[in-house]
Design a protein around this ligand. Structure first.
Ligand SMILES: Nc1nc2c(ncn2[C@@H]2O[C@H](COP(=O)(O)OP(=O)(O)OP(=O)(O)O)[C@@H](O)[C@H]2O)c(=O)[nH]1
Length: 671
């Protein structure tokens, strides 16, 4: 691959709802450039971009893959992104470094949920958009229906620039609106005059395009408004500017698997889509993806935003505040790599084997450090507990998890100190399944999964004074510890220890042992063995023996006092509560609120947002573990939510009885 200058580069994020045909389209584009001798098929697992074993097995895209292709003297960097909602983080990473979002929409299925979700992301990045209406060869394909769908679902000036000639079994090619030429099927196709029956439509769409072109440039606007005719060059130039300013969204049609209309799409990308912004300042680059490749090692995919990125140099990671040594820099295409010495502004490439650099990090010159805007990754919300299957798996698990985390910014792993479970949190069921498969296939670690346990707690509701006495006389030196302790509720803190001992009834040097005895006893509550919190304990009396008393004896006495005291002080079970915020389109509000009622939640309020409503609620954690799945099915994937721990609340009586019964049965079984 030769070196390209910034003006000759097009970075295109290929985005869509799953199954619309992104991967097939990228494959056809690559085939047209001549680097493939035959067209790979998703069904056969032979496409260039979906080459990971987990992708060929499931026939879906999981990773964004970078596929550069050369066309008409331009290098088109295609970022083939996953369409399934669990992998929206990959789409966000790709669009952060793309200069344009290309939406692939099935002519049969029209605009689907993920298109809507990604549309909003593209809007946030102010990205120009282009639309390819795919699958024109399928039964029930309708270009005009998709066009109507676009106009009702999105804001935008949609202007067809290439329309289909026929559909399904009459689909014979495409018509280029600007040049007013028809092309027959397959590859570049043969040029032909516009068929008579399409002439009216072509004229009408051409008028729309000219109007859109005129909006791209003030001089052209004037000329257009004065009724003068624009030349072909002026139309093309104006259109280019309008697209770059996102004032018009060009719409094209074709079939990826029949490779029809695809060469014309590539012409449009090369001729009309914006090149990256030139910036000759000091070097800066953003890492948008990290992969642990079994052969190559760690691969950081980056985009250069300014200056040139060079191989065999030292760069500064301003995010981690660390210096990194750069060795090889590669251009990649699926599995294949080519070394390069320099990557110009705007280009995408891969650096291998950096020490500390990960996704979202900025690399720059040490003496002119900058930090580029981060990628706004989604927060994972679906958790499962995992445990190693064998000792061998246990040894490898920690390392393997670190590798997973390095590759995927949308996973969280944490060990819950109370339940002792390791929780892995991801974006959805499919995401978690894939992570577990990856653990096994790539890192040889087998795990079993469980539902997460709820970290319940216990507390007391009344004040009591109790005695704890430990006395043992069995020949030789005995053991003697004796305390009186007052227990009272103190919800503000986990535990407070105080003493009001008069006249040395318990000597000072035993106080720490008493406190320790209480703290240890509290880790296993009297109701169901959960940690006890919100207690103040005051040691106020007791007695000792000059020979037989010891720290151990006082510790035991304190522990006995706690067990007795907690039982008398009206113990109750507490559960963790979450502050939940759900963002959904307005029409789902009622469903979300009534669902919270069944989940023992309290809705705190709703706030209208642009196009959506934010619902705030207070819900027990035990009801929220599968919410990621519930919300997806309630809103067909249109909703999102976040939650945060806020504190503990008492579990209602009957439910508490059940939980205590189950916990006791489990304790028995353990014995
Ligand atoms: N008839 C017809 N089938 C197509 C066309 N494009 C794609 N398909 C088929 O549609 C299915 C999905 O295509 P993919 O290319 O995997 O779609 P994708 O958008 O990459 O899907 P994800 O990887 O899940 O995001 C495959 O079975 C393709 O063969 C087309 O133009 N015509």
């Amino acid at each position: 691959m030769k070196n390209y200058q910034t003006s000759q580069i097009r970075n295109v994020g290929v985005v869509a709802h799953g199954g619309a045909g992104k991967t097939s389209l990228v494959e056809a584009m690559l085939y047209n450039t001549g680097v493939l001798s035959r067209l790979g098929r998703v069904e056969d697992g032979t496409t260039t971009s979906d080459y990971h074993p987990e992708e060929t097995a499931k026939q879906i895209t999981i990773h964004t893959s970078l596929v550069p292709c050369e066309w008409n003297g331009v290098k088109i960097n295609l970022l083939d992104t996953p369409g399934f909602s669990d992998f929206i983080g990959e789409v966000k990473g790709a669009l952060r470094v793309a200069d344009c979002a290309m939406f692939v929409i099935s002519a049969v299925d029209g605009v689907e949920v993920q298109h809507e979700v990604i549309w909003d992301i593209a809007d946030k990045y102010n990205l120009p958009k282009i639309i390819f209406v795919n699958k024109m060869d399928r039964e029930n394909a309708s270009f005009n229906k998709v066009l109507d769908d676009l106009k009702t679902k999105f804001k935008g000036n949609f202007a067809p620039i290439q329309i289909p000639n026929g559909s399904f079994d009459t689909f014979t090619g495409v018509v280029d609106i600007i040049n007013q030429k028809a092309y027959t099927s397959d590859g570049k196709g043969k040029e032909a005059p516009v068929p008579g029956e399409l002439a009216g439509e072509v004229d009408q769409f051409r008028e729309l395009l000219i109007e859109a072109a005129a909006e791209g440039d003030d001089d052209l606007t004037m000329k257009y408004l004065e009724g003068e005719e624009l030349t072909l060059d002026e139309i093309k130039d104006g259109l280019k500017k309008s697209i770059a300013q996102a004032k018009v969204v060009p719409v094209l049609a074709g079939s990826a698997t029949k490779n029809t209309g695809v060469a014309q799409l590539m012409d449009v990308i090369a001729d009309y889509l914006p090149a990256p912004k030139e910036d000759n300042g000091p070097m800066s680059a953003l890492v948008f993806k990290t992969i642990a490749d079994p052969y190559v090692g760690k691969m950081n995919f980056l985009r250069v935003f300014s200056g040139n990125f060079k191989s065999d140099t030292v760069v500064y990671n301003s995010t981690k505040e660390k210096t990194e040594k750069v060795g090889n820099v590669l251009y990649v295409r699926g599995k294949n790599t080519i070394q390069t010495d320099v990557v110009p502004t705007g280009d995408l490439a891969v650096v291998v084997k950096l020490q500390d650099t990960g996704t979202g990090d900025t690399l720059c010159d040490k003496d002119k450090p900058v930090v580029l805007d981060k990628i706004d990754f989604p927060v994972p919300t679906l958790s499962v507990a995992i445990a190693p299957k064998s000792k061998n798996d246990e040894d490898k698990l920690g390392d393997a998890i670190n590798k997973l985390l390095e590759e995927d910014p949308t996973i969280k792993v944490e060990k819950n100190t109370e339940t002792k479970q390791t929780l892995i949190t991801g974006m959805g069921e499919l995401h978690i399944n894939i992570l577990l498969e990856r653990l096994k296939r790539k890192y040889g670690v087998d795990v079993v999964t469980n539902d997460p346990k709820v970290p319940y707690r216990e507390t007391i509701r009344s004040k009591v004074e109790v005695e704890g006495k430990h006395k043992k006389q069995s020949g030789g030196r005995g053991q003697y510890g004796h305390v009186w302790v007052r227990f009272e509720p103190n919800p503000e803190e986990d535990f407070v220890f105080a003493e009001e001992v008069f006249g040395g009834s318990v000597p000072r040097n035993y106080f720490p042992a008493v406190e320790k005895g209480l703290r240890e006893a509290m880790t296993e509550g009297v109701l169901a063995g959960y940690p006890t919190t919100g207690v103040k304990a005051t040691l106020y009396d007791g007695s000792y023996h000059t020979v037989d008393s010891s720290e151990l004896a006082f510790k035991i006495a304190a522990s006995l006092a706690f067990k007795k005291g907690a039982l008398q002080a009206k113990p109750v079970l507490l559960e963790p509560m979450m502050d939940v915020e759900v963002l959904v389109p307005d029409n789902f509000m009622g469903d979300i609120i009534s669902d919270f009622n069944t989940k023992r939640g309290r809705v705190l309020g709703t706030e209208p947002q642009e196009k959506q409503t934010l619902i705030k609620a207070h819900v027990p954690l035990s009801e929220m573990y599968r919410y990621a799945i519930d919300l997806k099915s309630m809103t067909q994937g249109r909703g999102s939510f976040t939650m945060e721990f806020t504190g503990y609340e008492e579990v209602p009586g009957r439910l508490a009885d059940d939980i205590i019964k189950k916990a006791k049965a489990a304790q028995e079984a353990d014995k």
